[in-house]
Design a protein around this ligand. Structure first.
Ligand code: TYD
Length: 203
């Protein structure tokens, strides 16, 4: 059986990434074909749940421990969910992968250290394609606040989003020989974002 494709979506909180992932899943669903798997990191497994407790400030962790946990969660997720689905011939759409760790925790440890933390997952599987939903931080903030009234998560502040944006760009630049990263204009309407992704996948 032909392996599915491993498709990663990256972007800031509020970038429209999760909507884009849902739409892409619909667009890739073919009658009679293997159903694409839409999955996310932090995962829904035990380490992912621990991470979400730290994101909502229920628990406090040392920032380096937190950084390592994302990488540990990623390896579990790859082994338990991503690889089995790909082996069944399903496309896997993964909402965030190690690029998120390099961008969001890029102020916690040097780039090479975080890349090293992720080497187990990265040596197991690199994405076939990464879509970066490129939405300006100010627009992301606007969307976060118009969409919900809940308490802010740890990273949903404008200064943090701006720093994450530049760390994403730095990571893509450093990995440009090894990774297939496509930037998609996040100011397009959702159908436009999905259409752009589909046209890259059909190339
Ligand atoms: P996400 O599920 O995309 O956000 P939401 O709760 O709005 O659906 O991601 C949760 C947060 O986790 C997000 O702010 C980014 C952060 N994150 C990291 O800091 N490092 C990582 O390696 C990953 C995967 C996520």
């Amino acid at each position: 059986m032909k392996q599915g494709r491993f498709i990663v979506l990256e972007g800031l909180d509020g970038s429209g990434k999760s909507t884009a992932a849902e739409m892409l899943k619909q667009a890739l669903t073919q009658p009679g074909g293997a159903e694409p798997l839409l999955t996310r990191e932090p995962s829904d497994g035990p380490i992912g749940r621990l991470i979400r407790q730290a994101l909502t400030r229920e628990i406090t962790l040392d920032p380096k421990t937190f950084t390592l946990l994302f990488a540990a969660d990623r390896y579990e997720h790859v082994r338990n969910e991503v690889l089995p689905a790909l082996a069944e011939g399903r496309d896997v759409l993964c909402d965030r992968y190690y690029f998120s760790n390099l961008a969001y925790q890029g102020d916690v440890a040097p780039f090479e250290t975080i890349l090293g933390f992720n080497s187990l997952a990265r040596d197991t599987i690199t994405p076939d394609i990464v879509f970066f939903i490129d939405t300006p931080p100010e627009e992301c903030m606007r969307r976060i606040h118009s969409g919900r009234n809940v308490e802010d998560e740890l990273f949903e502040r404008i200064d943090k989003l701006k720093s994450v944006q530049s760390l994403y760009m730095a990571a893509f630049e450093r990995l440009k020989e090894e990774e297939n990263v496509i930037c998609i204009d996040g100011m397009l309407p959702p159908e436009g974002v999905c259409g752009e992704m589909m046209s890259h996948l059909q190339k």
